[in-house]
Design a protein around this ligand. Sequence first.
Ligand SMILES: [Zn+2]
Length: 220
Amino acid sequence: MIKQHPTSDLLAEYAAGSLPWAQAVCVTTHLHYCSTCTMEVDTLNQLGAQLMAGDSEAAADTALLDRVLKEIDQPREQAPAQVATVPLSAGARADLPPIVNHLIGTTEVQWKRVSSGLRAAHLNVGDTEHEVALHKICAGAKVAHHDHRATEVTVVLRGSFSDEDGVYGEGDFLLREPGETHRPMAAQNQDCLCLSAQQAPIRLTGAWCWLNPFLRIQPG
Ligand SMILES: [Zn+2]
């Protein structure tokens, strides 16, 4: 059962098409698992359409909204391409959300070893303001205690992990603000696969000062 959802404000931004693209990808991924938020987004879209109906000045906004929503929906409708280049097996991909399969299928990604129990793979979603990546925490592995230097959204795709604040399973949507710290640990019985979108880190006084072993992934 999903316990962590996007806030209503975030869903409203999503429905309005004003979320950064990388975060919209994460919300779309969450909607794959969550009928509650899907209904809320549908309601927001209907309300928006009613408010704009008959308002000529809003016509351009309506067209923009339609275009953004169509763009968000598009990956769900497309079959994954270039599957052969993907390091995830077909069986492992079968139950992933279509938008994640789409991103993997059109990008040559490779797992990079971040630490003994953590692998990561950069995904190119065309959003230069954010880094989007898959993270795999090996069963039972703990990730080093780390803080967040930027806002990060995480959606659990498979398995579960826990930290000081709780346990998170498939579909759970977490938003971490800068300054928050935690130490994730995967469940003992299964690797945990997550999708994350992090605001691109800003280099301050040296490369080491923003390097975050859980989050900072260079494109392959
Ligand atoms: Zn939800």
